[in-house]
Every structure is written in C-alpha cells, then in structure tokens.
Design a protein around this ligand. Structure first.
Ligand SMILES: [Ca+2]
Ligand SMILES: [Ca+2]
Length: 268
C-alpha cells in the first residue's frame, strides 16, 4: 500500500467511528500503523533523494574547482603577458635610442651604485681612505717619526711610500684640507738616518731622483735645533704648493702627524 492509499483509509474509518463511540470498531484505523505508514515512504525514494543531493553537490564542487583552476591559469597568463610587454617596451626604447644616436639606457639590469658595493665589501677599514688601490690613514695625533712608524705597522701598514706624481698630488690635496696651520705637517716613510744624504723609503727602495718633491732649499740637514741634524721627511703645504713641492727634512724627534698606507683588501 502506498502513502495515498493509507490516508484514504484513515479518513473513511474515522467517519464511521463517530457514529458509534462506545463500541470500538474493528475497522478503527491503527494509528501506530498510520503513523508508521506516514513516515514509511518508500526506502528507494528517500535514498534516491539523498543520492540526487549528493550528485548535485558533487557537480557543484567539480564546477567550483574548475572555475578556481581557470581563474588561476588566467592570472598566471596575465602576469606572463605583462612581463613580456615590459620586455618589448624596453627593447623598443633601446632601439629608439640607438636610432637617435644615444647610448641605450640600462633600465633592464639595474646595477648597484658604487656606494652600495663599498658597503657590502669595504676596500678599506674605517678611518682609512681608499685611493689608487691603497688605503691611507691620516693621523690626528702627533708623534716622533719612529713612533709614528710603529703606529702604522701596528695597524698592518707602514708610513706612506710615494711611488708617483699622482700619489703626491692626492696626498697634498688631502693635507690642504686636514692641516690646521702651516707647521701642521705629516711624516712620510722617507729617511736618510742610515747614511746621511742617502734617502730610502721604508720599503728599502731608494728615492727616485725623478720623483722628488723637495721644497726650495730642502733638504738642508739643519743642525740649528738638533745636533743630529735632520734625517726624516715630512710633507704638506696648507696654502698649496708650486709643482707639488711640499717635502722638507726635519729632526726625527719632532712631533708631527703622520700618513700610514697599506694595500686595499681584495673584494669578491
Ligand atoms: Ca739628513
Ligand atoms: Ca730640513
């Protein structure tokens, strides 16, 4: 019996029951049976409903997954397209600049500015100035020539050896900025203390006569202030020098500032 038939049976028997309340009718419907029948939909129908819901849910899930995948692919393709477009624009710009006779700009491969490279790999330690492959230290205290040299060697350097005119020009230009007064000169690594008149650098090389920067009248090995004469060389002209001539010999016991030198560190 299906659901429609159960309901029909229930109504017809209730009408008959009202005419004879005291006598229970044998046709009185079995409510438990009715209730049971009400909820007793065909099992195949309920299973079918659940199954359809699952199918619909599954289809929707598949569609959602497909839509998300398509969206991801589209976004990726858009990114690639933008990159390609930028590349073509840069190439077109370079071609335009070549045709107009100017150097192409380096927009594609920006390089680090020198200051950034220096920060990542400093060629000289703090307090030392790089120049021409060397590092220079300009002291702010004064000392005798020998003690000045010890200060330099204690920092893995030595008093400066001047090897060419450009180096002399660099040092003189720096001293013009650093000297407080005309007598505020700096020791360099040149001396004739081993043999009078035989000038040697601290690396034991002999002074090149074509690379001498003596001031007018120097060296004079003056005995006026010291009986030992003058065996050490200092340099610096605060007001500028004619033809870079800034050297003079001085008593090694004098207290002067000093210039240390050492090679730059290898980078990379
Ligand atoms: Ca001398
Ligand atoms: Ca002198």
């Amino acid at each position: 019996m299906d659901e429609t038939e159960v309901l029909y049976s229930f109504k017809s028997t209730r009408v008959r029951g009202n005419t004879d309340v005291a006598t229970p009718s044998t046709d009185e419907p079995d409510y438990s049976n009715v209730n049971y029948s009400e909820t007793q939909r065909p099992a195949s129908s309920r299973r079918s409903g659940v199954t359809w819901e699952r199918v619909v849910l599954l289809v929707l899930s598949v569609l959602l997954a497909a839509a998300l995948t398509a969206l991801g692919v589209t976004l990726h393709e858009n990114t690639q397209t933008k990159k390609s477009l930028q590349k073509y624009q840069d190439e077109a710009k370079n071609l335009t600049e070549i045709l107009s006779g100017t150097e192409p700009s380096k927009v594609e491969q920006p390089t680090k500015p020198p200051s950034v490279r220096d920060e990542t790999c400093p060629r000289c330690e703090d307090g030392w100035e790089p120049h021409g492959g060397k590092c220079y230290f300009f002291s702010w205290v004064t000392s005798s020539w020998n003690k000045s040299r010890k200060q330099c060697t204690s920092m893995s350097g030595d008093l400066v050896v001047i090897n060419n005119r450009e180096e002399q020009r660099f040092l003189q230009s720096r001293l013009m900025e650093k000297m407080d007064e005309r007598s505020d000169k700096f020791w360099i690594g040149l001396t004739d203390s081993k043999k009078e008149g035989e000038w040697l650098w601290v690396d034991d090389t002999r002074l090149d006569t074509s690379l001498m920067f003596w001031r007018e009248g120097e060296p004079d090995n003056w005995y006026g202030e010291n009986p030992d004469g003058e065996d050490c060389v200092r340099m610096g002209e605060k007001d500028g020098a004619t033809n870079l001539k800034t050297w003079d010999d001085q008593s090694c016991k004098y207290f002067q500032k000093y210039i240390c030198e050492k090679p730059e560190k290898a980078c990379g």
